[in-house]
Design a protein around this ligand. Structure first.
Ligand code: NAP
Length: 490
């Protein structure tokens, strides 16, 4: 069923549009605002405040002031805030899903899945907070005891992208709240509403003023730069592109900040002759077409062994060709628009370039519609080595397929990449599955599955995909320091 315009207006009117600083929603110092656009239509949905560096400094003031009391708050109380936030997000899942769809474009069914995934971080870290522990031991040489304790890192800066505007927020906010850290969050300018709605829910769940501060801005470099130079800031956690990540790592070196860098991906997707081809097609659809291919985990390069190449490509082409593209609020839509015109032109240019170099389109291969930023779900075969469709992260619904003969060749192709976030492989052979999983230069592997994200698992990459892990038992460690106390024994 399609969502009515009245319901859209009703949900949008409930989202705060100010900056959240020290528990107050306020206007930006210079009164400027940023328009938030619906990528399905290009229409302006609403506008939010456009923070200056002075506003961001005020947010850090608030986070720093709230730090000591929040660090002393018992873990059980921090956990209860997160658990209440989980319940509130779950109760308001439909509204939050609509907000995501309106500002980002993905179909409602995918937005609901993002809300459920994002909420799980609140629940998972509510369970982790009371389990923060240290160690006790005797010094091996005698004469002393070794105690270690975990303490919150301190005020954190969180920078999030537009592609999962709610879940990329909870993946950072929840472990920081659990660990006893305070934070300034800067969401992506294109999709600030999901984070603002989440911040309002965190307040309602009982998070004290100043623990979570939010600044929306159209000038991220100018606003973030001074924060990175401020000695009160102790950690930067960033999810976004590798080039921006590199700049932030350089900037944060002055204060030697603790860093978590969740950067770009260029995931290989390997299908071996001994795979369940039907399952591989399903896996490829999930790994490639979810979020219209705008995911760091998106399968970006599909390598298929010759023996199953025709069957796999036929199955994939059929499924891709039957996808319903449209505005995410309409019933039955499976693929939404790309986030903006620049993103769509970039995808189109890469496909056109590959075609000029000898690749052929099996299905799709063109921009769609007279409004919004739609691109047809696409399958391209015979993509030549070195094509940007294979070497760069393509944030769009385009599956480039390459045929291989030997396992070693597939592994070499998969690892011949700057990034190393996730790799997928389909095989019914246990030994091959584990052998290839061990050989892939990635932080995560999907073995016979096209989806790896799980709040209970450590999400993160190697190589140019960054460092640090979000989720799992590892996730809270990113927000904790280890202190060692030597105790003399006489
Ligand atoms: P992006 O351009 O790097 O932006 C990410 C965030 O950084 C946004 O909030 C952006 O603000 C901000 N930003 C941009 N320039 C900045 C600067 N000079 N200083 C401080 N902040 C700055 O990335 P994106 O296009 O939004 O997101 C897509 C990328 O994120 C892809 O590469 C994808 O693979 C990656 N990603 C990675 C993961 C992961 O877990 N590894 C998850 C999701 C996405 P504005 O909105 O104002 O530009």
């Amino acid at each position: 069923m399609s969502v009515t315009a009245d319901r859209e207006r009703g949900v949008l009117s409930g989202v705060p549009t100010g900056l959240l600083v020290g528990g107050s929603w306020r206007e930006a110092g210079d009164g400027a605002s940023i328009d938030v656009e619906d990528p399905s239509t290009g229409a302006v949905l609403t506008s939010v405040q456009d923070a200056t560096a002075t506003d961001a400094a005020a947010a850090l003031d608030a986070a720093a002031a709230a730090g000591p009391a929040w660090a002393r708050t018992p873990a059980r109380e921090r956990a209860e805030v997160l658990r209440r936030a989980f319940d509130l997000v779950t109760a308001r899942a439909e509204d939050l899903a609509l907000i995501i769809t309106l500002e980002m474009g993905k179909p409602l069914a995918e937005s609901r899945a993002e809300v459920a995934y994002g909420a799980e971080f609140l629940r998972w870290f509510s369970e982790e907070a009371p389990r923060i522990a240290g160690r006790y031991g005797q010094a091996p040489a005698g004469g002393g005891r070794i105690l270690t304790m975990k303490q919150p890192v301190g005020p954190c800066l969180m920078i999030t992208p537009w592609n999962f505007p709610l879940a990329m927020g909870t993946r950072k906010v929840a472990p920081a709240v659990a660990a006893g850290c305070t934070m300034v969050v800067k969401p992506a300018a294109q999709t600030p509403l999901s984070m603002l709605a989440l911040a309002s829910i965190m307040e309602e769940a009982g998070l004290p003023a100043g623990v979570l501060d939010v600044v929306t801005t159209s000038s991220p470099g100018e606003v973030v730069g001074p924060l990175l130079r401020d000695p009160r800031l102790r950690k930067l956690t960033f999810t976004g592109s590798t080039p921006v990540g590199r700049t932030l790592v350089e900037q944060s070196s002055q204060q030697l900040l603790r860093l978590s860098m969740e950067l770009g991906g260029n995931a290989p997707f390997l299908v071996f002759d001994d795979a369940d081809v039907g399952a591989a097609v399903e896996g490829a659809m999930a790994a490639k077409m979810r979020n219209a291919g705008q995911a760091c985990t998106a399968a970006n390069r599909v390598y298929v062994q010759r023996g199953v190449a025709e069957e796999f490509c036929e199955g994939l082409a059929e499924q891709i060709g039957s996808l319903v593209v449209g505005r995410g609020t309409q019933g039955g839509v499976q693929v939404g628009p790309l986030v903006d015109d620049r993103a769509r032109s970039g995808v189109a240019a890469r496909v056109d370039e590959a075609l000029e170099d000898g690749a052929r389109v099996v299905v799709g291969g063109e921009a769609l519609g007279s409004q919004g930023y739609f691109y047809a779900p696409t399958l391209v075969r015979d993509v030549p080595a070195g094509s940007r469709l294979l070497t760069d992260e393509t944030f769009g619904p385009v599956a480039p397929v390459v045929v291989f003969d030997e396992e070693a060749e597939a592994v070499a192709l998969a690892n011949d990449a700057e990034h190393g976030l996730v790799g997928y492989l389909f095989t019914e052979g246990l030994d091959r599955g584990l052998r290839v999983a061990e050989s892939l230069e990635t932080g995560m592997v999907g073995l016979n599955t096209g989806v790896v994200s799980d709040a209970a698992a450590p999400f993160g990459g190697v190589k140019a995909s960054g460092y640090g892990r979000e989720g799992g038992a590892e996730g809270i460690e990113e927000y904790l320091e280890t202190k060692y106390v030597r105790v003399a024994s006489r």
